[in-house]
Design a protein around this ligand. Structure first.
Ligand SMILES: Nc1ncnc2c1ncn2[C@@H]1O[C@H](COP(=O)(O)OP(=O)(O)O)[C@@H](O)[C@H]1O
Ligand SMILES: [Mg+2]
Length: 346
């Protein structure tokens, strides 16, 4: 595998201009269309954006799990597991290759929006948990079982020893979700990708799962990419935030800047749609005016311009915005922005 030097050796994952398109009978759906962001080691990046902005499709691309008629058609997924600053471009690997299978699971774990997709119908929960445990630790059969049962207990599954020997379809929806989270975490991955993992769970379980992820992060230095609608969760766990709109990251900033000094009108609109900036856990993104256009009908120029409260005719519908570096670690794609250096010089 070709090694690519990273710009920042502290970066675990750098996604550059990633594009996943779906080639359907009706036409090409540009679900992810040039998404870029990075996550430093040991940190938590939250990905936010309305439904349909490409968050799940992007996460699946990072995992090498893009399904037909979808295809990763461009960009790179630079994975840099060691501090030597040498990365592998996962986008160049086949999703089913041995190399990818050695990374997916043990190195990059994922919790999906729909738990049934992640659970095997023909293996017990225990068999699947054992695989996770063994991918990380060479332990005896008995210890594998003990660790697996402990993982089920940690995610709040009652009678974990009995559940260990059951199949996914024998569990209720909430229990399946927890079993899937236990499997991902039992491998102690370097990167955990969580795609709205707690949406289907009650508030108490949700809080428990978040605590568990935070505990593991401080114990093992796990890095987290957390996709959520819940700005309360973002405020609680994020170090940085990437805001997606129609397949692109339109703003990327540390969490304080994202909440208190956003540069993109879309981020502003998401925050204004909240009853209060001090969102409580459980509050979801409220609707902002207008609808997310279907990716078939991507508006010309800045794709957000038909809904934008700062829309400037003659500018916003004519050119596609580049990412503007507004401050170190803070960038946004908006034609109204001036780059930090230029702004300072004026
Ligand atoms: N299998 C598919 N075929 C065609 N379009 C798809 C498929 N899967 C997802 N899409 C489209 O990709 C876009 C992004 O979807 P998704 O990543 O699930 O959004 P999000 O997770 O942000 O809500 C949506 O417009 C969706 O309709
Ligand atoms: Mg989704």
């Amino acid at each position: 595998m070709r090694q690519i030097p990273m710009r920042e050796p502290d970066t675990l994952l750098e996604v550059r201009d990633l594009a996943t398109h779906f080639f359907t009978d009706e036409g090409v759906v540009r679900a992810v269309d040039g998404a870029s962001f990075d996550i430093p080691r040991g940190k938590t990046l939250c990905i936010v954006g309305e439904s349909g902005s490409g968050k799940s499709v992007m996460a699946r691309a990072v995992m090498g799990l893009t399904r037909a008629p979808g295809r990763v058609v461009g960009g790179s997924v630079l994975w840099c597991p060691d501090q030597d600053g040498q990365a592998t471009d996962l986008a160049t690997l086949h999703g089913n290759s041995r190399a990818y299978r050695a990374i997916r699971g043990p190195e990059i774990g994922m919790i999906f929006q729909e738990p049934m997709a992640a659970l095997s119908p023909v293996h017990t929960i225990g068999t699947q948990l054992a695989e996770s445990v063994r991918s990380r630790h060479a332990v005896s059969k008995r210890e594998t079982r003990e660790r697996g049962i402990e993982a089920l207990a940690r995610v709040g599954i009652p009678e974990p020893a009995a559940r260990y020997d059951q199949y996914g379809f024998e569990l209720s929806g909430g229990m399946r979700q927890r079993a899937m989270i236990a499997m991902a975490l039992a491998a102690e991955p370097k990167l955990l990708i969580a795609d709205e993992p707690t949406t289907a769970l009650d508030v108490t379980t949700q809080a428990g799962i978040l605590d568990l992820i935070l505990d593991l992060q401080s114990e093992t230095g796990m890095t987290v990419m957390f996709i959520t609608h819940d700005l309360g969760v973002v405020a609680e766990i994020a170090d940085s935030v990437a805001v997606m709109y129609l397949g692109r990251v339109v703003e990327h900033a540390d969490v304080d800047t994202a909440f208190h000094a956003p540069a993109h009108p879309y981020t502003e609109a998401l925050l204004r749609a909240l009853p209060s900036i001090h969102a409580k856990t459980g509050e979801r993104l409220a609707a902002i005016p207008g609808m997310v256009p279907h990716p078939f009908a991507r508006p010309a120029g800045c794709a957000f311009h038909p809904r934008c409260h700062r829309f400037r005719p003659g500018l916003c519908e004519t050119r596609e915005p580049e990412n503007v570096p507004v401050a170190p670690g803070h960038g946004a794609r908006c034609l109204l922005l001036k780059p930090a250096r230029k702004a300072a010089a004026e």
